[in-house]
Design a protein around this ligand. Structure first.
Ligand code: HEM
Length: 120
């Protein structure tokens, strides 16, 4: 079965969204990037983000990731912020008792978007 199914599918994504969202908005290194972002859009974004990281169905391309974060890159988004998001992702999955090898697979998928997200 897919990584998405192994981690727990839609139910696991929904549980992870809550925990991840709270971590990111508490994190002084990155929370300012979310100022003024619409809450509904935010929830959908978090869900899309985690679905992607779980290797599940998603509708985003690398080009979408580039466009979706271009305004943030203009405001200074860089590797250190990307690393902070990766850290929050790992901590979230650990909190949900996802096994380490599946966390590593999810991290690798998120990592594969780095250059697009950072506009490199
Ligand atoms: C938007 C995924 C990294 C901040 C989005 C969207 C997705 C996404 C799917 C929604 C795009 C749309 O439909 O408009 C990802 C993935 C990442 C990543 C897979 C790789 C780890 C980051 C990082 C930050 C960030 C490092 C900042 C620390 C945001 C913000 C939005 C957004 C603030 C909303 C932009 C807006 O609505 O104005 N991201 N993201 N993302 N992302 Fe990311």
């Amino acid at each position: 079965s897919s990584l998405y199914e192994k981690i727990g599918g839609d139910g696991a994504v929904n549980a992870a969204v809550d925990i991840f969202y709270r971590k990111v908005l508490k994190d002084d290194r990155i929370k300012h990037f979310f100022d003024g972002v619409d809450m509904d859009k935010q929830a959908a974004k978090q869900k899309a983000f985690l679905t992607m990281a779980f290797g599940g169905p998603h509708n985003y391309t690398g080009e979408d990731m580039r466009k979706g974060h271009a305004h943030l890159v203009k405001n200074g988004l860089n590797d250190s912020h990307f690393n902070a998001v990766m850290e929050n992702l790992g901590a979230t999955l650990k909190e949900l008792n996802v096994p380490a090898d599946l966390i590593a697979q999810a991290a690798a998928i998120a990592e594969s978007t780095r250059n697009d997200v950072l506009g490199k």
